[in-house]
Design a protein around this ligand. Structure first.
Ligand code: FEO
Length: 399
């Protein structure tokens, strides 16, 4: 049975949700599922904007069939070739052999790499090319590295609709709702949206900035991304988040304490630090156990907060492996412009702090507070002054 939603009088959402997939990209947990969005325009010509993941292909085909009725499918605009959106292209070609595929040259190359049989089907477009489907005229805008190099976005000049590919997307399935004004976004969606952006697109901030500049010149009335909700108002909220995230500017002044603990002694000092910070008047303090928090959540929170404290045991004369993994992810995603406090622990050769410092110094615009702290096995009374100094230094840096 089909399940579609009308966006405007001639544009339909024909995507679907996957609530069974545990790990997006086989890495990131998605307890709320994910939507794969596809859109169908009924103009003089019929135009499909992207396809969906293989997991929901059956639903997708029923949706297309329901909206098209007896009309043929004339075009497929492929903005992004990653298989969570492109997996069903061949299936569409099999069912609608007359359809032409509009895409960038690199997208065509990637489709061949994936083994799609599309030889005489493609119409290659580049930045600024326009095409009319009847009433609707669209312009193609390249969006390299948002989030693959072949990506483009398509702007419908007639209706002001931006088909934004991965940009402005989110984890989370659509529970019957489709539009941003049908949900409490700031309460129920922003965490998933931030975790999606930071982990999937976070590395490519400068490319997102470039796309935002291009989007700034458009009269946008609708944003139709490939995941998550369709935006039809309050664009300032979304654009402000994207601007901050892509400039690596924190959203909030606050302290995120991430601790790597084996027997609870490093966790105890992290608790003590959090308590001291709150007693000094700072309410915005959050704590995460690096071993039990998936790194995608840590990355998302690290994009959010201005100050990070890493409290870490030394393990095999190295950084505790889950903390090392978190640091490597931070580096891979190009995270920058944060202030760090360091606490190292070790029973005979504490050196995780020194090693973490070396990693942070290899990243861009990271500040490391002078008052880092060394523990031998567990915190004692005479460690209190050092911890107090670190707490004071954090408060001072926040003000
Ligand atoms: Fe949702 Fe880059 O694909």
């Amino acid at each position: 049975m089909y399940c579609v939603r009308e966006i405007t009088e001639d544009l339909y959402w024909i995507g679907g949700n996957d609530r069974r997939l545990a790990l997006f990209e086989n890495i990131h947990p998605i307890p709320s599922g994910v939507s794969y969005n596809s859109y169908l325009l009924l103009d003089d010509k019929t135009v499909l904007f992207d396809t969906v993941d293989w997991s929901i292909c059956r639903q997708f085909l029923e949706n297309i069939n329901a909206v098209l009725g007896k009309r043929p499918l004339d075009y497929m605009v492929i903005n992004h070739v990653e298989p969570d959106h492109a997996a069903c292209i061949e299936e569409i070609i099999l069912r609608y052999p007359e359809a032409k595929i509009i895409c960038t040259e690199k997208a065509s190359l990637f489709m061949h790499q994936f083994g799609f049989h599309i030889d005489d089907k493609t119409i290659v477009v580049k930045e600024g090319d326009k095409m009319s489907f009847g009433k609707h005229e669209v312009v193609f805008v390249s969006a390299p590295m948002v989030h693959w190099p072949e990506a483009m976005v398509t702007y419908d000049i007639t209706s002001g609709t931006l088909f934004s590919a991965d940009a402005f997307g989110s984890f989370g399935s659509l529970d019957g709702k489709l539009f941003n004004d049908e949900v409490n976004y700031d309460r129920n969606w922003i965490e998933d949206a931030r975790r999606y952006y930071t982990n999937i697109v976070g590395k490519y901030g400068p490319h997102v900035q470039s796309l935002l500049k291009k989007a700034g010149g458009l009269d946008i009335k609708l944003i139709c991304p490939l995941h998550g909700l369709v935006w039809r108002n309050d664009f300032g909220y979304l654009l402000d988040k994207y601007d901050r995230w892509s400039r690596y500017e924190p959203e909030e002044k606050g302290v995120m304490i991430v601790y790597g603990t084996m027997y609870g002694n490093t966790e105890a000092v992290a608790n003590d630090l959090a308590t001291r910070l709150v007693k000094k008047g700072l309410k915005n303090v959050v704590m995460y156990d690096v071993s039990s928090t998936h790194v995608s959540y840590l990355i998302s929170e690290t994009f959010k907060y201005s100050h990070i404290v890493l409290a870490c045991v030394t393990y095999n004369l190295n950084i505790y492996p889950p903390m090392h993994n978190y640091l490597m992810d931070m580096k891979a995603l190009n995270l920058q412009k944060r202030t760090f406090g360091l606490i190292e622990n070790g029973s005979w050769a504490p050196q995780s702090g020194r090693l973490i410092r070396e990693h942070l110094e290899g990243m861009k615009e990271m500040t490391i507070l002078d008052n880092s702290m060394t523990l031998n096995s567990a915190m004692k009374e005479n460690d209190s002054d050092s911890l107090e100094d670190l707490a004071s230094s954090l408060i001072e840096s926040l003000n």
